[in-house]
Design a protein around this ligand. Structure first.
Ligand SMILES: *[C@@H]1O[C@H](CO)[C@@H](O)[C@H](O)[C@H]1NC(C)=O
Length: 129
């Protein structure tokens, strides 16, 4: 009656049921969190602006990036990936997107920050031909 197979089946079924209930609870409890992150980026200086041999333009800037991402952190948040991207229109492309900076916030203690930096990734605009 209580063979090894029956006991193993009962334990496995119980474990999967608990796991499913916990998954549901984790996903359901996120609905009660309404995050309201704020961020601001200030361009403090254009350090240099140059035309490359192939016609592309490149600029280096000094930025102040500040953000308050505290509301994104719940018990269910492991880390938050943040990035600053420049989006602009040129006659050639209706949308240009260039990543200027990014970071990984791995703890709530670091979710409110002000960073004084230059663009981490090169800001190059495609040459118009
Ligand atoms: C930029 O950030 C620095 C400190 O990180 C601060 O001293 C400076 O006042 C900030 N500049 C502006 C315009 O917010």
């Amino acid at each position: 009656m209580h063979s090894f197979g029956h006991r193993a089946n009962a334990v496995a079924t119980f474990a999967v049921t608990i796991l499913a209930a916990m998954c549901f609870a984790a996903s359901f409890s996120d609905n009660f969190n309404t995050p309201a992150p704020t961020a601001s980026v200030k361009i403090l200086n254009i350090n240099w602006f140059q035309k490359e041999a192939n016609g592309n333009d490149e600029v280096s800037m000094t930025l102040n990036i500040s953000a308050d991402l505290l509301s994104l952190f719940t018990w269910n948040t492991k880390q938050v990936f943040v990035f600053v991207a420049a989006e602009y229109e040129t006659p050639q492309n209706s949308l240009n997107q260039v990543s200027l900076w990014d970071g990984i916030i791995s703890a709530k203690e670091h979710a409110k920050f002000l960073i004084h930096t230059t663009n981490k990734y090169r800001f190059i605009d495609q040459a118009t031909i």
